[in-house]
Design a protein around this ligand. Structure first.
Ligand SMILES: C[S@@+](CC[C@H](N)C(=O)[O-])C[C@H]1O[C@@H](n2cnc3c(N)ncnc32)[C@H](O)[C@@H]1O
Length: 248
């Protein structure tokens, strides 16, 4: 099944998908530490967490002294990020909006986009619009760190059907691979009975050459690549594709 053009408008709801699962929350401090090591920002520097979701990384960045703006389309996740900030007694500026329509101008020392929060649009020009918005939002010489699933890995290890057992439900996945990316249909089956719910999302698959070309077209110069948050070198079998780029 193919994703609708506007699938991201109703996919990101806790009742269906929660990016702040216990495992994801547990990984956030080490991921944030790796990111900050690469960005080398002074205390008080302005950082934009683009598609911050429930704020698990944004909160870590703020705890380490950065002035953090979290930006996301999902009102529900932003509310959670605000609650997390309150609980941890840190300050986060949280804004709701679409990543294709960033209006910041030379405001940030760095921008991050994490956990495959990029590549959602069926039209490549929308990805490019997003990257151009990132470039505009950065101060001259500012840095952009992007973390997506490695397209080379997805193509190499492609499986059209998978399933996982979660705490209170089973998650079934059916995937259609196209020249551009994957259309993934997730079906959530509650363990204690109740209705199965399905949603289909799209991820444009970026490998190193494709991502480099897109970044350059937006005025961002790729500097370094990694295959994981422990600083592993990027290989075709790496699950993650992490790139550090600089405003040209
Ligand atoms: C996979 S989640 C990752 C969230 C967060 N970065 C993390 O690691 O926990 C993707 C995020 O992108 C956001 N998102 C999806 N489409 C968006 C859009 N068009 N503009 C802004 N945010 C969007 C979702 O609401 C969600 O919070």
């Amino acid at each position: 099944m193919r994703a609708r053009r506007d699938w991201h408008g109703d996919f990101f709801k806790n009742s269906f998908y929660n990016p702040a699962s216990p495992a994801a929350l547990a990984h956030a401090p080490a991921e944030a530490a790796f990111i900050l090591k690469q960005l080398k920002l002074k205390k008080g520097s302005a950082l934009l967490d683009l598609c911050c979701g429930p704020g698990r990384h944004a909160a870590e960045f703020a705890r380490r002294g950065l002035a953090v703006t979290g930006y996301d389309l999902s009102a529900e996740y932003l509310k959670e990020a605000a609650a997390l900030a309150k609980k941890r007694r840190i300050s986060l500026r949280l804004l709701r909006g679409d990543m294709r329509r960033l209006e910041f101008l030379g405001e940030f020392d760095a921008v991050v986009n994490l956990f495959t929060s990029f590549g959602y649009f069926l039209n490549f020009n929308d990805d490019l619009r997003t990257l151009k918005g990132v470039a505009r939002a950065l101060k001259p010489g500012g840095l952009f760190l992007l973390d997506v699933i490695n397209g080379a890995y997805v193509r190499k290890s492609f499986r059209s059907r998978e399933w996982w057992e979660m705490e209170d439900h089973f998650l079934l996945e059916a995937v259609e691979l196209t020249a551009d990316g994957t259309h993934n249909t997730w079906t959530r089956l509650p363990k204690r009975g109740g209705r199965a719910v399905s949603r289909t999302f799209f991820t444009r698959l970026y490998d190193r050459p494709r991502l480099s070309a897109a970044l350059k077209a937006a005025g961002l110069r790729p500097l370094r690549f990694w295959g994981g948050f422990r600083g592993e070198p990027l290989k075709s079998g790496s699950v993650r594709l992490i790139c550090l780029a600089q405003k040209a």
